[in-house]
Each structure stands twice: as structure tokens, then as C-alpha cells.
Design a protein around this ligand. Structure first.
Ligand code: UDP
Length: 336
């Protein structure tokens, strides 16, 4: 199978490309390095011992994208990672987010249609469940009520995909709703590289542990959770990447369907669980202080991960210890 991966040099994209290559799939990658580095390409080749085609283009540039489809008539399916993903930034720059994520996806889907490529895997997010649903989140729950433009782009694209499938059910579409991906490949050659001061928990923790940031601010310890801090479903990025392989394989085997899967572990860990496990596994101290709740945060959510298990035969295998160890390993190898 030959897979076009947009945004393949990014955090989740690069880990997925490794797993696709490890499963003997052919990869054609697009990236404009707007949030990644060219070195990632070499590191993927080092990890897998395999080569792939690469185009340095913006996926929303219709003319350049068409060139990729023309030059690669063997493309069977597309996995789309080319989206902006910083929640806070999306509040400041909503137009940029809607243009890149929504218009970009439309250009990609329209080009796929033109070249008769109709297998599409989309990186969605648990954020589409909004604030109202009970936990654990199940795929059949109502979506909506997103609290920032980033989340709304995911919601809009999910709706666009449902409408496309309704109009033409020869499409095969998998919408993957990610929970909280952390960790990195065990080689330490690829990982997460947030620009500036990180907003997400694990990238912040590793920078405190290595002394680049002074202390972690824990956003609230008065939530109705086991220890008062926020609870999330953290998933190892390599497990997440393997979920994509299972999804594209399903689309390749079965004809005509729109499938939605949660990719999570089904287990909720609190901020303090993460800090304590990280300290234990790495022998590093993570000084922290408790501060006000962060606006827009909800107390607790985690996945019901049964559907992916039953239909894809996929299950997250790595533990929280693995996630902490591998997140730290990447920092030790790359930033210190
Ligand atoms: N969090 C925190 N301090 C930080 C970053 C995050 O206490 O510097 C908490 C946050 O309130 C939430 C959890 O860690 O309960 C995960 O936050 P993250 O931003 O990583 O993911 P998301 O909010 O998107 O689930």
C-alpha cells in the first residue's frame, strides 16, 4: 500500500511514518517545516533503514499538491496531519487556524477526489466531545461545544467528512480522535518540539526537569477528581502511531465506510500522577506550585477505547512509566 502523509515531519506524523515503513508500506511525505525540522527525515530513515519520497510543500497549495498526485499515481490513501495545533495560539489567530486546517483539508480532499483517491485518515481530537458529555467518552456521543478555534477546526472537518461520505459513499474515511499523546520513539531520534514555552503538560515537565524552566504550574487542585488536579487519558505516541496503521489497513481491506475511533488507553491519570511517575522513573525533580485553574480546562476526561479494540484489533500497550521514560529520553538526547 502507498500512503501520502501530510505533515509527516511533525510529532505524530513522524512516529506514524516510522510505523508505516516498519509495516512495509510505501510513504510519500509532504511537509512545509512550519512546525518541524528537516533533520526529522534523516532520523526516520535511521530508525527504519527505509527510504521514502518527500515534497517540501504547503498542503493547501493546490498547484503543488496536484503535482504530487500526478507524479505518484499509485497513492492508495492519505493520512492528514498537516494542521496547526496550539490551542492558545488558535484563540489569538482564528483566521490562520481556519485557513490552514479547514481550507487546507478542503484543498486536499478536493484534489484527492480529482485523482480518485478516496481513502482518508483524519487526525481529530477528543476536544470534539466538548464539555457536556459524561466520561468515559464513547464515539456515539454528541459532539460540539468546543472551546477554542483549534477544537472547532477539528469539529468542522469531521462534519465535512460526514457530508462528503453522505454524498458519495465510495469514500473510505477514518476519523481518529486522539486523547493526550506524550512520549517519543525509544531511539530518542524523533519527538515533540513545541515552539517557545510549551502549553502542554509533558513538554513543560521535561523542560523543568532539565532546568530550562524553573517550575511547573499546576492549574488547579480543587477539581472534583481523586487528588483535585486535572485528569486526562495520556497515550504513548508510538501506540497512537500504530493506531493509524491499523486504520489505513482497515480502509484498504474494507470498502466504503466512515469510521470513528477513540485512540486512548481508557485510563485517566491526574497531573500529580504524571509528576510523581515522572520523578520516580527518571530520578529527576520536578518542582511545582499550585496556581489558578486554566480557563477552558475541564476536570476529567478519558476514552472508552473498546471500539478501536474490537474493530481495529488495536490497543494501547505502553504504560505511563514508558511514556515518562521516553519523553525524558528525547530531551536528554536532544536538548541538554
Ligand atoms: N496542566 C498543568 N500545567 C501545565 C500544563 C497543563 O497543570 O503547565 C494540566 C492541565 O490543566 C490539564 C492537564 O495538565 O489538566 C493536561 O493539559 P494539556 O495542556 O497537556 O492537555 P489538554 O488540556 O489539551 O488535555
Amino acid at each position: 500500500m502507498s500512503v501520502l502523509v501530510t505533515g509527516g515531519a511533525g510529532y505524530i506524523g513522524s512516529h506514524t511514518v516510522v510505523e508505516l515503513l516498519n509495516n512495509n508500506m510505501e510513504v510519500i511525505m509532504i511537509d512545509d517545516f512550519s512546525n518541524s525540522k528537516p533533520q526529522v527525515l534523516e532520523n526516520i530513515k535511521k530508525i527504519t533503514g527505509k527510504d521514502f519520497k518527500f515534497y517540501e510543500i504547503d498542503y493547501s497549495n493546490r498547484k503543488e499538491l496536484e503535482k504530487v498526485f500526478k507524479e505518484n499515481p499509485d497513492i492508495d490513501g492519505v493520512i492528514n496531519f498537516a494542521g496547526f495545533k496550539a490551542v492558545g495560539e488558535s484563540v489569538q489567530k482564528p483566521i490562520d487556524y481556519y485557513i490552514n486546517n479547514v481550507s487546507g483539508a478542503l484543498v486536499l480532499l478536493d484534489t484527492m477526489k480529482k485523482y480518485n483517491v478516496k481513502k482518508f485518515v483524519f487526525s481529530s481530537s477528543a476536544t470534539v466531545y466538548g464539555e457536556e458529555n459524561e466520561i468515559p467518552y464513547v464515539e456515539t456521543m454528541k459532539t460540539g461545544g468546543t472551546t477554542n478555534p483549534y477544537g472547532t477546526t477539528k469539529l468542522f472537518i469531521e462534519q465535512i467528512l460526514k457530508d462528503i461520505y453522505k454524498s458519495d459513499n465510495s469514500w473510505d474515511i477514518a476519523i481518529l480522535r486522539y486523547f493526550n499523546p506524550i512520549g517519543s520513539h525509544e531511539s530518542g531520534l524523533i519527538g515533540e518540539e513545541p515552539q517557545g514555552i510549551p502549553n502542554n503538560l509533558m513538554p513543560y515537565i521535561v523542560r523543568v526537569a532539565c532546568g530550562k524552566l524553573k517550575e511547573l504550574s499546576i492549574f488547579g487542585n480543587d477539581y472534583p477528581t481523586k487528588d483535585g488536579t486535572g485528569v486526562r487519558d495520556y497515550i504513548h505516541v508510538v501506540d497512537l502511531a500504530k493506531g493509524h496503521v491499523k486504520a489505513i489497513e482497515k480502509l484498504n481491506k474494507e470498502r466504503s465506510g466512515l469510521y470513528i475511533y477513540n485512540l486512548g488507553t481508557g485510563i485517566g491519570y491526574s497531573v500529580l500522577d504524571i509528576v510523581n511517575t515522572f520523578e520516580k522513573v527518571t530520578n529527576q525533580k520536578v518542582p511545582y506550585k499550585i496556581v489558578e485553574r486554566r480557563e477552558g480546562d475541564i476536570a476529567e476526561f478519558y476514552a472508552n477505547a473498546e471500539k478501536a479494540k474490537n474493530e481495529l484489533g488495536w490497543i494501547a500497550e505502553k504504560s505511563l512509566e514508558d511514556m515518562c521514560r521516553d519523553s525524558w529520553n528525547y530531551i536528554v538526547k536532544n536538548l541538554t
